[in-house]
Each structure stands twice: as structure tokens, then as C-alpha cells.
Design a protein around this ligand. Structure first.
Ligand SMILES: [Zn+2]
Length: 331
């Protein structure tokens, strides 16, 4: 196997709790012989399954980062059978900078897979996941949310896969996560995603979107924390009962690219709908105001399909090409 420059300070085969780092040598203006450090926690108790839990794949998505940091210092070996590997800040340089992508190479972690051992900082981290971390796990949970620019209804999701048995297992994990919504999704651009790298290795994978706006709320953290607990029970690792949500998740589907509504104008978006609203084809979603001059009519955008408003742009400022609404279909 091609070597990696990344070194882990934790022993993946040792029982107990270890808090350490993945260290990637990185020579730059502020540190000639420095390294990028990615915090990692391993909790292990004997033989069993392994779950790989990640947050901060995008650096401004705080629901997963926060809930996984809680998990790192709360989860005890006696609570589990098997092993849990937790990286709350997968793209640690981006989390440090408070940005979606890495300040070192503008790397978007979820567009950097499978990565490269000789590539940029982000590509090298992605490569370590592909060749060293993913192969060690049976199940993987990657916690996303909208970040600074998007806001989403809270959901756990799985993808359509050629292996129907694997797809069913992923969907079951998403259901038992216990978020208010469960989504079966088609990605706009799946080729270079972490999701795809995990699924291609035959693992059971659940992704989530649990809020957004570049912050968290007591509600979004509670949903995330409950979901992590339930995912570890689902994985056969946490020796406890499921924490059930008030109701079974509402099932939604993102069947194709037409779910994503993109602006063809720049300006200020005025929304006519709320997250979670039921939308009919032809309904006004919002209007884009021209901010270069007064006296012009705002440009209306109408729904091209029926559905539920799954996501909306969080920022008022909008540019041409921005996805500002996502309409999911009830299953
Ligand atoms: Zn994300």
C-alpha cells in the first residue's frame, strides 16, 4: 500500500478511551516544521463492530461538531461492545477558520475523495480516510448541516445504491437515527464525496443534514445527540435502548436534480415560504430583487413540482447560480 504522511497518535487496537490526533506534516510561513492536527477519539471495549463518526466535514456546520465533542468525553468503554472512532472536526483547518472549506488549499472535504497521499492537505486527509479509517469500520455516520449559507429541516439520509441489501441497511440506519425527517437522496455531484468512498467499500453509511445557518440551537443539538446514540445502538455497539423521537420520521425523497432550485439572478432574495412548508407546483417560492437600481420588478421564482421545502438559502444576499430552495417529494 502506498504510504501516507499522516500519523495517528492513537492505537486503534487498544481498549479504553484515547484522545489524540492525526498529524499531517505541513510546512508553511508560520511554522517551518509544523503539522496539521486533526483531533480523534477512539473508545474501545473488546471485540465487536466499529462505527466511524464524523463531523466538521464542512468547517461551519456546528451541530455535528458540537454533539460529537460531547460524545468524545461522555462515551465510556463500559457503555459499548466493540469500537467507536470519532473525528468531530474532519476538516480541522476549515473548522479552525470557521469556514466551509480549508484555508490551506480551499479544499472542500466532501469533494476531495478518494483523495491522494501526495495531494493537497485536504486530499491527503481524504486519502487517509479512504485507505486507513473507512476499511476499519462497519458503519459510518457523517453529520452535516447547512453551514452559514443554507438552512435545512433536520433529517437523516441514505442513497440509492446498486447493492439493494446495502441500500436497505443504510435506509434502516437513517430511519432509526430518529430525526424528524428521513430522506432518500440523489446527490447533485456524488463522484468525489466521502459518502461515495464509504459506500464503495460496502459499509453501512448514514449522512444527515440537521439545521444550518452557521450555528446550532438546543433543538438541533438534542436531535443530533439522540441520533448519535441511536446510530451506535443500531450499529450493535452501544449497549442501550433506542431513544425514540416523538413521532416516526416523515419520509421524503430527492429523486432528481430538479429538486434543486437555482437563482439565475443576483440580488436579495425575499422568501414566500418557510422550511417544512408543503408546496404546490406553481407556488411562489421567492423573489430576487435587483440591488443595482430602484424601480425594477423583482424576479419571481415558482415551484416546478409539489413537495416539502427541505432547504433554503440562509443568507439574504444571493448570486447567480446559488441553490436557494430544495423541494423534496413525500414518499
Ligand atoms: Zn456539509
Amino acid at each position: 500500500m502506498e504510504p501516507t504522511a499522516i500519523e495517528a497518535t492513537v492505537d486503534f487496537h487498544a481498549d479504553g478511551v484515547q484522545h489524540g490526533f492525526l498529524k499531517l506534516p505541513h510546512s508553511h510561513d508560520q511554522s517551518a516544521w509544523g503539522c496539521v492536527t486533526i483531533p480523534i477519539t477512539v473508545v474501545k471495549n473488546g471485540e465487536g463492530k466499529t462505527a466511524l463518526l464524523t463531523g466538521g466535514n464542512h468547517g461551519d456546520e456546528y451541530e455535528g461538531i458540537t454533539a460529537l465533542l460531547n460524545t468524545c468525553h461522555q462515551l465510556m468503554p463500559n457503555d459499548i461492545k466493540g469500537r467507536v472512532i470519532i473525528l468531530p472536526m474532519m476538516n480541522a483547518p476549515a473548522v479552525t477558520a470557521g469556514t466551509r472549506t480549508s484555508p490551506w488549499d480551499q479544499g472542500n472535504m466532501n469533494r476531495a475523495f478518494p483523495g491522494s497521499p501526495t495531494g493537497s492537505v485536504t486530499e491527503q486527509i481524504a486519502d487517509y480516510f479512504t485507505r486507513y479509517l473507512i476499511p476499519q469500520c462497519d458503519t459510518a455516520l457523517d453529520i452535516h448541516s447547512g453551514g452559514k449559507t443554507l438552512d435545512l429541516i433536520p433529517y437523516a439520509a441514505s442513497h440509492r445504491l446498486e447493492n439493494l441489501q446495502q441500500a436497505d441497511a443504510c435506509a434502516e440506519g437513517a430511519r432509526l437515527f430518529g430525526a424528524p425527517y428521513q430522506v432518500q437522496t440523489t446527490e447533485m455531484d456524488a463522484t468525489s464525496m466521502y459518502d461515495t468512498a464509504v459506500e464503495q467499500q460496502g459499509k453501512i453509511f448514514v449522512t444527515t443534514e440537521l439545521g444550518g445557518g452557521g450555528t446550532s440551537t438546543p433543538d438541533s443539538i438534542a436531535i443530533t445527540q439522540r441520533g448519535i446514540h441511536n446510530f451506535l445502538v443500531f450499529s450493535g455497539i452501544l449497549q442501550d435502548d433506542y431513544r425514540h423521537p416523538p413521532a416516526a420520521p416523515v419520509k421524503l425523497e430527492l429523486p432528481d436534480k430538479h429538486c434543486y432550485v437555482q437563482s439565475e439572478h443576483a440580488g436579495i432574495i425575499e422568501f414566500s415560504v418557510h422550511l417544512g412548508d408543503t408546496i404546490k407546483q406553481g407556488d411562489l417560492i421567492g423573489k430576487v430583487h435587483n440591488i443595482e437600481r430602484t424601480g425594477t420588478e423583482p424576479i419571481p421564482y415558482y415551484a416546478e413540482r409539489d413537495g416539502i421545502l427541505l432547504a433554503k438559502r440562509h443568507l439574504g444576499r444571493i448570486y447567480i447560480g446559488d441553490t436557494f430552495a430544495v423541494i423534496a417529494e413525500p414518499v
